[in-house]
Design a protein around this ligand. Structure first.
Ligand code: G6P
Ligand code: ZN
Length: 579
């Protein structure tokens, strides 16, 4: 059928007259495709895999086959992504299959852009039934690299395993794809396109999200800090999605200078980069902060805008410390928390720095498996306000995803709050002052993560088997070098809200002095297996806080590598990334 399209250049969409005859739905026969199982965070594969006939279409149809009809029939869905290669084609496929399955309306970010936190914010604000995020997060993009898709539910939170398991089951039995016979939608302009009773509204990717952040933070407070000549700030968008948010939020609203934003234009291949804000992949930013007379504050975000890295001048804030510092200062520095923080949570491998804040502030505290989806139920139940993961994720219950820009604004708020009475010329309290002061109050949890990326799956799996075997034979009191075992297990979690249980979430060895060694296989890689080893040691003695983490943790790291026989199982002498 013909389509009627009206676009508007303003952000107020124009409406169109419904096409009277409705739309034609085609039923296309298809066959199951192997291997469409989602990992920690959606389905991620090489672009070439997704480009195979029906690969994406099968998964999207399997998703609709897995949802109760009342969750999408005549319903409202959101669609956006991180701007990576293949998003534009994918968006058209998703729109047509959604229409074919009876969805009423889709809200699409202009040019297909919506960061992961923005999707969560839009779902919540517009009371949508759910949303799709076209992203492989921090994995590289481009024809030779990765593509991915995630589905979030009506609370704005990643779909639970019960749904993703169903989707996988349905990918193995799928036989028909229902697709609407409609033209491609122009997603480059804000406006509404109607096809019978189905419509697509292209929305500004920033406004709903910005509006929310303005209710969370004191923008005037942050603006005051960013306009000080003695505070120099830099934000690295890594050529990824936060490029679309940095200028409207940090520059236009908060007064940062335009040249304080680097790599601020989203590119399909992220400028050949690996948009993961850590010490290895955001090396350029790290070098700037560690150079002589570098800026006072630096931050970066990942492909889809949910991760963050925080740096001070010549100072790296570990994600585990970052969430602890934010939690400790939230009530004073962030208006959203002025009535208090409801509770705190971290993922299991994240250091125990947050535990100490919870203890001191007498707040409910939760330890969940790796993956942001585990925080959502606690938030919905009103038990959790601030949470974080060692994997550079920090956030709160303002949405149901981790939020890179939120973390940056939280840090700026804390710095601004601490310095609000400082006169021009007076020395400012710095990021490193704030963190070292935090350690002095709570003790320091030295933490490091060793990653061995793209190992052979077989060896990596065998290593985990070997570790489970050690666990099964271990008992409290066993001696491991100079460490005495408190307990060892393979982490399992029972959700306190819905009672659901997940097991085998990471092998951990916890010693009597609070030190921990944890092993996991990554759930977000797209090729082979990535082994992660997490090492932590608590140090209450202030005089020892100044030591470099790699030096402080050396004996535990050596123990972690030898007891796992990591070199034998993986053939790797060295990790590919150390954080
Ligand atoms: C994604 C999730 C995070 C999780 C991380 C773990 O970023 O959103 O919640 O912490 O993956 O990744 P991994 O590669 O360790 O499974
Ligand atoms: Zn991400």
């Amino acid at each position: 059928g013909s389509t009627i399209r009206v676009t508007s250049s303003s952000s107020t969409p124009s409406t169109t007259i419904a096409e009277p005859e409705g739309i034609k739905i085609k039923s296309i026969p298809t066959k199951p495709i192997e291997g469409q199982k989602t990992g920690t965070s959606g389905l991620r594969k090489k672009v070439k895999v997704f480009m195979q006939d029906n690969y994406l279409a099968n998964w999207i149809q399997a998703l609709f086959n897995s949802l109760p009809p009342e969750d999408y029939k005549n319903g409202l869905l959101v669609l956006g992504g991180d701007g990576r290669y293949f998003n534009r084609e994918a968006a058209q496929i998703i729109i047509k299959i959604a229409a074919g399955n009876g969805v009423g309306k889709i809200l699409v970010g202009q040019e297909g852009i919506l960061s992961t936190p923005a999707v969560s914010a839009v779902i919540r604000k517009r009371k949508a039934n759910g949303g799709f995020i076209m992203s492989a997060s921090h994995n590289p993009g481009g024809p030779e690299y990765d593509w991915g898709i995630k589905f979030n539910y009506s609370s704005g939170q990643p779909a639970p395993e019960s749904i993703t398991d169903k989707i996988y089951g349905n990918t193995l039995s799928i036989s028909v794809i229902k697709i609407a016979d409609i033209l491609d939608v122009d997603i480059s302009k804000v406006g509404v396109t109607k096809f019978g009773s189905f419509s697509v509204e292209v929305i500004d990717p920033v406004s709903d999200y910005l509006e929310l952040l303005e209710t969370v933070f004191d923008f005037q407070l942050i603006k005051g800090l960013l306009s000080r000549p003695d505070f120099r700030f830099i934000f690295d968008a890594m050529h990824a999605v936060t490029g679309a948010y940095a200028k409207p939020i940090l520059v236009d609203k908060l007064g940062a200078s335009l040249d304080s934003i680097s790599n601020g234009i989203p590119l399909e291949d992220f400028g050949h980069g690996h948009p993961d804000p850590n010490l290895t992949y955001a090396k350029d930013l790290v070098n700037i902060l560690y150079a002589e007379n570098g800026p006072d504050f630096g931050a970066a975000s990942d492909g889809d805008g949910d991760r963050n890295m925080i740096l001070g001048r010549s100072f790296f804030v570990t994600p585990s410390d970052s969430v602890a510092v934010i939690a400790a200062n939230a009530r004073e520095a962030v208006p959203y928390f002025k009535n208090g923080v409801k509770g705190l949570a971290r993922s299991m491998p994240t250091s125990g720095a947050l535990d100490r804040v919870a203890e001191k502030l007498d707040l409910p505290f939760f330890e969940v498996p790796t993956g942001w989806k585990f925080f959502g139920n606690l938030m919905d139940a009103g038990n959790l306000s601030v949470c974080g993961e060692e994997s550079f994720g920090t956030g709160s219950d303002h949405i149901r995803e981790k939020d890179g820009i939120w973390a940056v604004l939280a840090w700026l708020s804390i710095i601004a709050h601490r310095n609000k009475d400082k006169k021009p010329g007076e020395k400012l309290i710095s990021v490193s002052d704030i963190v070292t002061e935090h350690w002095a109050t709570y003790g320091r949890n030295f933490f490091s993560r060793y990653d061995y990326e793209e190992c052979e799956s077989e060896g990596a799996n065998k290593m985990i088997e070997h570790l489970r075997d050690i666990v099964s034979k271990s008992k409290p009191g066993d001696q491991y070098g100079s460490y005495v075992l408190q307990f060892a297990d393979d982490f399992a979690y029972t959700d306190p809200v819905d009672g659901s249980v997940v097991s085998k979430q990471g092998v951990r060895f916890v010693f009597t002095d609070g030190s921990r060694i944890i092993y996991r296989l990554s759930g977000t890689g797209s090729a082979g297996a990535t082994v992660r080893v997490y090492i932590e040691q608590f140090e209450p003695d202030v005089s020892k806080h100044d030591v470099d983490a790699q030096i402080a943790l050396k004996p535990l790291i050596d123990l972690a590598i030898s007891m796992s026989k990591l070199k034998d199982f993986t053939g790797r002498e060295k990790p590919t990334v150390i954080t």
